[in-house]
Design a protein around this ligand. Structure first.
Ligand code: DO4
Ligand code: MG
Length: 284
């Protein structure tokens, strides 16, 4: 089942049918057994004609987030470890990445408040003070306030490699700025956890031409997804639940940096495709 948040309310997609749901988003998604709960709501919900649902989904999608924070895990794939060791070798910080890849405690960092998150088809930003910028396509978990994984969405953890590479202590500036995160297009709520064969792929288009393409299965991740959730919830409360990006494995070659106008398309099996265009934050 998929939940879409739109400017005109929430839409539930179930077996190719669409239903309107009235519950406030945070209340709707933050529960145990979300999948069964959605099943029970479906029977009393208004069914929408495909044309009406299609029009809403094409024109008024919001990011599938209410008041939750977005957190992120880092260096959960070998490719991310290697790329970061390379980018930070001049700063002397490279060795922290291999240590955190092997450590029991994962790297977890704060990524975004909801107002910094771009929705489907909205712009993501690159920083004016950064010379090397990449998108990071990441499977993103929705974790209930009790700490259980209830759904999945697609995340883009936009990152400044020049700022992080200069000094790993600059990580918050490399990662947290306006529109440095995108989530969407929906919250996918399956009856069972995602299979390890689930693929994440990313294409970057510049003037309509592919300048990057890559694909990976989530089985390549070093950590177990429930373990990442458990570490995040140690000594922390998330009253409305939380989103957790789970790290990237797709990192373009070192010569690549994003340019204004690039289109980033991230697809995850069964969830959909998240599309965003790259811009600079407009100056006042
Ligand atoms: O250590 C820095 C961030 C790592 C990250 O965002 C990732 O591996 O996806
Ligand atoms: Mg990342």
């Amino acid at each position: 089942m998929k939940l879409y948040r739109t400017r005109k309310g929430t839409i539930l997609e179930s077996a190719n049918n669409y239903y309107r749901l009235d519950q406030p988003w945070d209340e709707l998604i933050n529960r145990e057994n979300l999948h069964s709960h959605l099943h029970s709501l479906q029977s009393n919900a208004e069914m929408l004609a495909d044309t009406e649902a299609g029009a809403l989904l094409n024109s008024s999608l919001l990011a599938p987030i209410g008041t939750q924070e977005v957190w992120a895990a880092g260096v959960t794939y070998l490719r991310s470890r290697d790329a970061r060791m390379e980018e930070s070798k001049g700063s002397g910080g490279a060795t922290f990445y291999d240590k955190v890849y092997e450590a029991e405690r994962p790297e977890l960092f704060f990524k975004a408040q909801p107002h910094r998150v771009a929705a489907q088809d909205e712009e993501v930003y690159i920083r004016h003070d950064s010379s090397w910028n990449v998108p990071e396509p990441e499977l993103t978990l929705f974790i209930s306030s009790n700490g259980s994984i209830q759904g999945y969405t697609i995340g883009n953890d936009m990152s400044s490699r020049s700022i992080e590479g200069e000094n790993p202590l600059y990580l918050p500036q490399a990662k947290v700025y306006q529109r440095s995160a995108a989530l969407g297009p929906c919250l996918y709520v399956p009856a069972e956890p995602l299979p390890p064969t689930t693929r994440i792929s990313m294409t970057i288009l510049r003037n309509g031409e592919k300048v990057y393409t890559g694909e990976v299965a989530i089985s390549q991740i070093k950590r177990k997804l429930p373990d990442l959730a458990a570490w995040l919830y140690r000594d922390m409360d998330f009253p409305h639940g939380c989103f957790l990006m789970t790290g990237t494995c797709l990192v373009p070659d070192n010569e690549f940096t994003l340019a204004k106008g690039d289109k980033v398309e991230i697809t995850i099996d069964n969830i959909g495709t998240l599309v965003n265009t790259v811009r600079y934050k407009p100056t006042k």
